[in-house]
Design a protein around this ligand. Sequence first.
Ligand code: S3P
Length: 437
Amino acid sequence: MTNHTPSPLSAPPSGALRGVFSPPGDKSVSHRAVMFAAMASGRSDLTGLLEGEDVLATLKAVQAMGAETERTGDGAWRVTGAPPWRGPAQDIDLGNSGTSARLLAGAIAGMGVQARLTGDDSLRARPMERVAAPLRLMGAALETTDGRLPMTIRGARLRGVDYETPVASAQIKSAVLLAGLGAEGVTRVTEPAPSRDHTERMLPAFGGEVRVSGLTAEVTGGQRLSPANYAAPADPSSAAFALAAALITPGSRVTARGVLLNPRRAGLFEAWKRMGADLTIEVTKNDGEPVGDLIAACSDLAPIHVREDEIPAMIDEIPILAVTAAFAEGESRFEGLAELRVKESDRLTAVSDLLRAAGVETETGEDWLTVAGRGTGGVTGGGAAAARGDHRIAMSTLILGLASRKGMAIDDASMIATSYPAFQADLAALGAALETP
Ligand code: S3P
């Protein structure tokens, strides 16, 4: 999993995309379902899971720490937890997955065991002190490699802390809360802006008690989780790609079914609406997490100004939002993008470079981006972009290619399998063919 053989892929200009598709299971929810089940004593049946490499990395990691995992069907896994975990002798390789590394660091610290986490080139370049620091305050010993992976975690008898995170990050918040489940006393995390709240919403389903007040979440230590049957909804971050293709490719109309509509994940859809997108959202279910269908049709888009406080609710969607902005009539501006620089790649540079390779003018600063939109049918394309080990940059480039006049190519599509193994198949079923050059 650690280093892929490059597999180039190109997106020629496409005709209309039409039809209905079911995006893969939500990545954030799938990771948490597997981890919480592994932390619980007994058998959980999980369905709708994303079977991308990132979640498979989490499944392997919990196996290494003593949980049993069994695939019982498509996206269906039985996980039998056996807390307390055991510390594996071998390094745990988490591939490309930042969520696995950061959340597991918290869970491992709280279980009081020792493990060494590592990952692929992209993951080994990402900051880990942001979780190591609060876990140390709780009494765990963590050693990073210049602030990054490989990272050794030595759990201990932890004590609760009152921690203010400097960045709005669900990964930091979740790591501290998971460690707090095993700590003495109360653990409290306050963030500067609301990040995704799946940990807080899902822990109660596994018998955990979390109290939330404004920007603060807290748990009392000494809690034991219980097994649960949990169904993961489809991933809005993955649904975004074919929906974007529909918005910018003339004649298109596409429906994504069963998508997670948690408000802290729905910033992209709100942004598209502000741009004048023909996007219909129908909530079909609301137990624990709101879920529904999204219908997108090709639209004349207006440019958008996105401000810093809006970013956490669309943190993973900026690349595909910037691609749709390239098809709007006029200049869009995005502010407060500092966190984009420490994702699977430096996404601020990557998205600017991919747009420029397609003939779209951009400007960037330390934490902002402008995109000079060229209107429907106005993007030339014809270029190639480096995927930089980043699934969302790869998929965003290909979607732009489909709607451009000359298409786009990427040097390596292999990492798309981390979050969306059926990406190419789903697009093909909607009428858009990607090609291996
Ligand atoms: C995630 C949180 C986000 C997001 C990532 C998944 C999670 O990261 O970018 O893809 O599942 O908690 P941050 O919370 O660090 O911004």
